[in-house]
Design a protein around this ligand. Structure first.
Ligand SMILES: NC(=O)c1ccc[n+]([C@@H]2O[C@H](COP(=O)([O-])OP(=O)(O)OC[C@H]3O[C@@H](n4cnc5c(N)ncnc54)[C@H](OP(=O)(O)O)[C@@H]3O)[C@@H](O)[C@H]2O)c1
Length: 241
């Protein structure tokens, strides 16, 4: 039988105004948690507020801005579960030798953002609480042109294992999505559906995942009090295909 440990808990989600973070905010608030979801742009904030209809709080924050983060952490007071799903860096997609050093480094904005969320937020997190980050299947599924994303994702997963050891008994986990139909691919415009179909045609489950399916992985990592230092793959079998 599944126990809902999230009712009445304070959950802060940086990168919670769209996609996987927003779906996690919705799922957690449906389970009775008090949720603060944050992102940078007004467009995402407005959409998230509309979806929340007051069931969770939506705030402005950039993962690279400590003042933004502290404003939310202080409002929450104490945090049971701290999540970051904020992209926070460039999605550098190029052969390694064609990347400039700056392009390679720009992908690491994601890691620095996660590191800042943890460093600034950990003192607010309860001893029996958790921190959950989001990596991505390129960390362990190697394909051409994804070296920057792969290195960053691998670093996020290793940072999580280090933090699980150093921050115990606070639990620290990472969820690794495969190819997921979110705003991250909105730049593809009308081609988005077709491109997602092509990207996933060789996967064990031949479709893009939904943000809600990945949110279930994040809910698991928060809800299960015996899981720490773990990578939860929600990827339609991508790393095996
Ligand atoms: N979708 C996929 O196929 C996929 C695959 C592998 C891994 N992932 C990872 O999953 C995580 C969530 O991605 P998603 O697909 O849900 O993307 P998304 O739909 O674009 O949502 C990203 C969220 O993060 C926020 N965000 C981005 N940069 C931020 C920053 N610097 N500070 C604060 N918030 C920021 C966005 O809001 P604003 O832009 O308004 O700030 C938005 O709320 C990311 O770490 C991504 O790398 C996704």
């Amino acid at each position: 039988m599944t126990t809902n440990n999230l009712s009445g808990k304070n959950i802060v989600i940086i990168g919670g105004t769209a996609g996987i973070g927003l779906a996690t905010a919705v799922a957690a608030s449906e389970l009775g948690a008090n949720v603060w979801a944050a992102g940078r742009t007004q467009a995402h904030i407005d959409k998230a507020k509309e979806l929340s209809a007051g069931s969770f709080e939506v705030r402005q924050a950039d993962t690279h801005n400590a003042d933004d983060l502290h404003a939310i952490f202080k409002e929450a007071g104490t945090i049971d579960h701290l999540v970051s799903a904020a992209i926070g860096g460039e999605r550098t997609l190029k052969p390694f030798v064609e990347q400039t050093e700056d392009e390679f480094k720009a992908a690491y904005g994601k890691l620095w953002g996660y590191a800042k969320v943890v460093r600034e937020g950990v003192s607010y997190v309860k001893e029996n609480g958790s921190i959950t980050l989001v990596s991505g299947s390129p960390a362990r599924k190697i394909t051409p042109n994804t070296s920057a994303l792969s290195c960053v994702g691998g670093s996020v997963e290793n940072m999580v294992r280090c933090l699980a050891v150093e921050l115990a008994p606070i639990r620290v986990n990472v969820v690794s999505p495969g190819t997921i139909d979110t705003a991250m691919f909105d730049h593809l415009g009308d081609e988005k559906e077709e491109r997602l179909r092509a990207m996933t045609s060789g996967h064990l489950i031949k479709r893009g995942g939904t943000a809600g399916e990945v949110a279930e992985g994040l809910i698991f990592a928060m809800n299960n009090n015996f899981v720490t230092g773990t990578t939860v793959d929600v990827d339609g079998g991508r790393i095996l295909s």
